[in-house]
Design a binder for this molecule. Sequence first.
Ligand code: ADP
Length: 395
Amino acid sequence: MINFSTSIPIEHYQQLLRISLDLASTLDLNALLNRINYLAMELTDSEGSSILFYDESKRELTFAVTNDPQAEAMLMNVSMPLNSIAGQVAQTCQPVFVPDVSKDNRFCDRIDNLIQFSTRSIMAAPMIAKSKVIGVLEVRNKKEGQFNESDLDKLQILCAQAAVAIENSRLFQQFDLISNFVHELRTPLTALSTINALQQHEDISTEQRHEYTSLIQHEIQRLTDLSNDYLDIARMESGRLTLHPTRFSISKLINECCDMMMARAQEQNLVRRREIDPNLPEIEADRDKIKQVLINLINNGIKYNRPGGSITVKARVDGHVLRIDICDTGIGVPQEEIPNLGKRFFRASNVESTISGTGLGLCICRHIIESHQGQLSIESQLGTGSTFTIQLPIT
Ligand code: ADP
């Protein structure tokens, strides 16, 4: 329940009603978060604003959106301590108003240092849906004068509207994902049921039995990959994909991934090359997630190749950046479709329907790389081949 400290003028009600309608009509979560963030700044006349998601089960508060895209790239998925101002809001469900952060020891200047911003004052309020705090909306530095009680009231009303809109958008995305998932399940399940029926015949040879067993394994793998992809997307879209960074040797990891994919490339008679600088530095990143990206891209380079083609994995340092190229001489992608690569469920029109896939892999890869403040770029020529390039900051 929101406790207002001021009576809200009628024109503010009208403005807030317009905002409510505006938010209710946006189902894309990212667009919605950016809109809420922009409205928070506009309503309170602030210099900066951020939305943080709160995961009550993990007691974790992470940045989801900020007003400055460069800062956002740095803060994406960064955790805020629970004894910070935002952390206190998430835990107590109460708004906080700090007119001078230099006099408040809950203020966490690590973020200011990271994004080179100078916070003077903060107002933060909880976003509550179904009696649970789902996040915190925080505005910084009033452009003129000081934040006042009326600003805090407006922020709280916006938070209430935002929480409902975010929940709606999440539900919609879950529904959309679930219906796609169920649709995707049908192919491997039909295949399994057909193989099962064929296996019932008494007169099948041992060779056929082996073939059916390997088909079953293939379909089970497909079901496992499907579930993993959908789970990753669901976590990503709800802001729950968290990184666990460690320091590790990237050259070892790339070689490990190449070794793992060797047999599959050999099956397709592909020429395999590695040009990995042995002196690559260690990097700080989530090893399992980077491994997932490398395997996905190498796997695509094999899957969308042609018999007798080649796949090359290169890695080198380029200035302050680690650059990994995965180049293939496969089917390529039509030029006009390249911008769509990495969008949820997108598969290029030149992919034969017999090649299995969900169109989620690249979307997950891009998200993982961007969460590491890196970049995934693609060059491709139809019928000639593609190069997928990962760039990661060396820290
Ligand atoms: P999937 O392979 O499951 O379809 P991805 O998200 O990994 O999904 O890839 C999306 C689409 O991008 C593929 O369906 C394909 O059209 C295209 N693609 C990805 N990698 C390559 C590649 N190496 N060569 C040609 N097309 C590719």
